[in-house]
Write a protein that binds this ligand. Sequence first.
Ligand SMILES: Cc1cc2nc3c(=O)[nH]c(=O)nc-3n(C[C@H](O)[C@H](O)[C@H](O)COP(=O)(O)O)c2cc1C
Length: 222
Amino acid sequence: MTIDLQPTTGLKDSIEQRRAARAFRPDPIPEVILEEILHLGLRSPSGYNLQPWRFVILRQQESKDTLKSCAFDQAQIAQAPVVLICCGDRAASSTENIEAVIKLGETHNAMTEQFAGYMRSQIPPFFEHHPSFESLESWTNRHTMLAVAHLMIVARSFGVDSCPMEGFVSAQVKTAFKIPDTVDICCILCLGYADEPLKPFGGRFGIEQVCFGETYGELFRL
Ligand SMILES: Cc1cc2nc3c(=O)[nH]c(=O)nc-3n(C[C@H](O)[C@H](O)[C@H](O)COP(=O)(O)O)c2cc1C
């Protein structure tokens, strides 16, 4: 039997209710909900559909305690029932991955010989000269963080809270969790059920402060 799992919260409320949880209750996330969060989170877009994001998923207390010790002892890592080490694989630009993406497209009837040829000829020089990004790490981070944003909003829509975290020592995390040098760690994402009270909402800058019209710095008018 397949269960059609529907979110309990709509998109607007999920975005407005998502908060960075600083403490989690010990309640586990049901497996079907975790699977759905991952499944929908991975619908995130990526350049050429190369999908460089990779996630190390921690559910054992020992693993979470180890990660906490690499992350300035931030308590929520040990408390959250599920913690993701969100990574980006630089090898996503490899011939092997390009071929895997072409094959995936074929299975979805979304790939033509012409586009496959375009990918094979365009992607290697794009990564060699990388006119669109300064470093491969910025490329992996760009994509992985977008998937993380999807995951956080989807999680909230299923009543699951999160905390994205950059406070960790990358080299220590890489060693402890056998993450290769060619893989960048973008952030940690705690998932679970927030222990109240959440810290007060700090607000956001308004449209007029962060959006510009036509050129950077020019007033944007609606
Ligand atoms: C990239 C990134 C890194 C963050 N790192 C940490 C962190 O290491 N520890 C932590 O407690 N919160 C961390 N946060 C959460 C922010 O502090 C939080 O999102 C911000 O204060 C706004 O609060 P809100 O998300 O509840 O609206 C991080 C958030 C982002 C997006």
